[in-house]
Design a protein around this ligand. Structure first.
Ligand code: PMP
Length: 361
């Protein structure tokens, strides 16, 4: 561990050390097969077992019911911005979106290419520093679905609980930056998607959890690859899937099970986030950018007294073995991403460094 430092990057992001170790072994020789995981056929017995195990762990962790499919796709969350609308927004229909940040806006822009979008609520009036309250949400008459972003990676805000769509309307969630950071009631959702590179594994694979009947809403004229039902039918092997990325996701999910599952990780995540928010609340020097009732467990965003001191903070932190603390280029400031795999000790080190930096400056 001595040659590794703490990585607070927003994604690709820190992975559990045990996962990196087992991946090293698996690259050389997967389960004694004499062939590495990078080299196995996606249709062979060894990889099929990896895929099944990964899906099974996912289902166990989040108690995913049988009428939901679990898919491992490519194209990132960004392709899901398109696929969601292509599959679920019928001609002449309207989709409702809640606009809580830059990623919500991108999702809205893609849906707009397909059909009508109604923005049911937005926090843009206050630079996306908060999550709209339930009574501020105005749904359209009969939306095809309601889309929201559970955690806003850039602005450091997170929904405490998911919004409640009108009866019978599927809820769609971009959970890229907080998937499995706490228990989730999948039944409340029609579709959940998440790029893996923050809380699940490496870049290159996207987890999609979709109620199977919703996949049947897609027009047959849609290109085959863009239909969810293609990937359901093909068991995520319609074409060559990102085998290595799926393997690593499986190992991360195994690590999560060993760590006690979603209840246990949620407790740990609350503890970690509290350590940093305490520093922000205690010091005059640092200022949290998210409204306290909307603070994220995953991305802690904050400012210093001046841009010059912010730059110095990021540079000195890096020199002290705390990397990736620069805020998103669109907003500046600082951001500490403390996903599931970030150890408590890493957050403690950062909190201590922040207090010390504030004292010195
Ligand atoms: N949604 C959210 C909430 C994100 O944080 C990101 C990436 N930072 C994306 C979508 C885009 O993901 P991808 O790069 O996998 O397309």
């Amino acid at each position: 561990m001595s040659d590794r430092i703490y990585n607070f990057s927003a994604g690709p992001a820190v992975l559990p050390e045990s996962v990196l170790r087992s991946a090293q072994d698996a690259i050389w020789n997967l389960n004694g097969s004499g062939i590495g995981v990078l080299e196995h056929s996606h249709r062979g017995a060894e990889f099929s077992e990896v895929l099944q195990r990964t899906e099974a762990r996912c289902r166990r962790l989040a108690q995913i019911p049988d009428d939901y499919a679990v898919l491992f796709l490519q194209g990132g969350a960004s392709l899901q911005f398109c696929m969601v609308a292509l599959n679920l927004l019928p001609e002449g229909g309207t989709a409702d979106y809640i606009n809580t940040g830059a990623w919500s806006k991108k999702a809205i822009a893609e849906a707009n290419k397909r059909g009508a979008v109604h923005v049911a609520a937005s926090s843009e009036d206050e630079q996306f520093t908060y999550i709209p309250s339930a009574d501020a949400i105005r749904y359209s008459d009969a939306p095809a679905y309601v889309h929201f972003t559970s955690n806003n990676t850039i602005f450091g805000t997170q929904w405490a609980t998911e919004p409640t769509p009108p009866d019978g309307v599927p809820l769609v969630c971009d959970a890229s930056s907080d998937i499995f950071c706490r228990p989730i009631d999948v039944r409340r959702y029609g579709l959940i998607y998440a790029g893996a590179q923050k809380n699940l594994g490496p870049a290159g694979v996207t987890l999609v959890i979709v109620r199977k009947d919703l996949a049947e809403r897609a027009p047959e004229s849609l290109p085959t690859y863009l239909q969810y039902r293609t990937h359901i039918k093909g068991g995520s092997c319609f074409n060559t899937p990102p085998t290595f990325a799926i393997y690593v996701v499986g190992e991360v999910l195994g690590w999560l099970e060993d760590a006690g599952g979603l209840d246990a990780i949620a407790e740990r995540n609350r503890q970690k986030a509290a350590m940093l928010y305490e520093v922000l609340d205690d010091t005059e020097f640092f200022r949290g950018t998210a409204r306290p009732d909307s603070r994220s467990l995953m991305n802690v965003t904050f400012r210093g007294p001046s841009e010059e001191l912010e730059q110095r903070f990021v540079a000195e932190a890096r020199a002290a073995g705390l990397a990736g603390l620069k805020g998103h280029r669109s907003v500046g400031g600082m951001r500490a991403s403390i996903y599931n795999a970030m150890p408590v000790e890493g957050v403690a080190r950062l909190a201590e460094f922040m207090r010390d930096f504030a004292r010195r400056n």
